[in-house]
Each structure stands twice: as C-alpha cells, then as structure tokens.
Design a protein around this ligand. Sequence first.
Ligand SMILES: CC(C)(COP(=O)(O)OP(=O)(O)OC[C@H]1O[C@@H](n2cnc3c(N)ncnc32)[C@H](O)[C@@H]1OP(=O)(O)O)[C@@H](O)C(=O)NCCC(=O)NCCS
Length: 175
Amino acid sequence: MHTAVVTIRELDAAEAETRLGELAVILVDAVAHGASVNFLAGFTLAEAAAFWRGQLPGIADGSRHLLVADDGERLIGTVVLSKAPQPNQQHRADVGKMLVLSGARRRGLGRRLLDAVEALAAAQGRNLLMLDTHTGSAGERLYSGSGWTAFGVVPGHALTPDGRPAPTSFFYKQL
Ligand SMILES: CC(C)(COP(=O)(O)OP(=O)(O)OC[C@H]1O[C@@H](n2cnc3c(N)ncnc32)[C@H](O)[C@@H]1OP(=O)(O)O)[C@@H](O)C(=O)NCCC(=O)NCCS
C-alpha cells in the first residue's frame, strides 16, 4: 500500500459503479474490525456492494458526494457528504461512512478525508455539518481533535457488530 502517494478525490457515479467491489471491501473490513457503521457481523461483500449501489442515484443527482482515498492501485478510504434535502436546511449536510482500510490507519488519511469533505461542503454552500459515531471510537477522537463539537450521547443508540447495545456520540461543526 503506497500511502505516501495517496490521493483524496471525488468519485462520480459512473466510476463509483465500476469500483463497487473496492468500496465494498472497505466497508466489510470496517465492520469486521468492529466499527459501528450501521451493519452487523457477518455482513458480506455482496451486501456491502448493494449498500454502495444504493448510494449511486444520490451521487448522480448531486444530493450526495463520495470522496475516496486512492493509492493509485486501489481505493483505501471513503467519506460521504449527504446534503440535507429540507428546504429550510439547504445550509446543512451530514457526513458519513468515514472509513479507512484497517491496514492503512493512523497515517493521517482519516484527517485528510475529513478536511476534504469539509472543504467540499463549504464549496457546496453547506456550512453546518453533522455526524454521529460510536462513543469511544477512533472516529470520536478524530472529530474531537478536528474542531467538531460533541452535543450529546445517546445510550444504547446502536448495536455493535457483535450485537451489544452501545452509545452513540453526536457532533456538529460550523464551517
Ligand atoms: C476513524 C478512522 C476513519 C480514522 O482513520 P485514520 O486514517 O486512522 O485517522 P488518522 O490517521 O487521520 O488519525 C487522525 C486522528 O484521529 C485520532 N485517532 C485515529 N485513530 C485513533 C485510534 N485508534 N486511537 C486513538 N486516536 C485515534 C488521533 O487523534 C489521530 O491523530 P494522530 O494520529 O495525530 O494522533 C478509522 O479509524 C476507521 O476507519 N475506523 C472505522 C470506521 C469508523 O468507526 N468510522 C467513524 C464512524 S463513521
């Protein structure tokens, strides 16, 4: 893995479709390593590919943006910006699927993806961002250290991949 030359870039829907397999590997790897990202243990590559396929219409119509970390050979990280559809929240967006392949973590890619998605949001006129993450996770530390404000913890909000109820921390950032 050549993390020294990793590029953070946006994928359009056509390229995302051709790279569904790589996107699925990143999501399955995250769940297999215990990340609380909406899915449970046993989550398969086919299910992960179906998840990403479901994102394609939003990417195509511009309501959603997919940024990836690309090492030149394969995709090793993702983050998704979903613009709030409500007419009175056109300044807001949600950040999700912040994932770095387990073998490429702690080399700054998560922070680069976060910086890039914040810049993209600002360029899209979305200056209030929200996200949530498993309390105590690496993600929580990343967001806390990147100017995001934690505004609450909901006990038992989601199950861990192995099925235990766990708290979720909610964050926002004004750009
Ligand atoms: C969260 C995640 C994307 C971070 O990716 P990463 O590339 O390892 O992050 P970075 O190397 O840029 O780390 C940025 C900062 O986050 C914090 N951090 C990241 N991983 C950490 C860990 N395991 N333990 C403690 N702090 C951590 C540190 O403050 C780190 O800065 P430092 O390395 O200068 O100390 C990655 O751990 C991941 O994919 N986790 C599984 C999925 C997930 O839980 N996503 C978040 C919820 S959507």
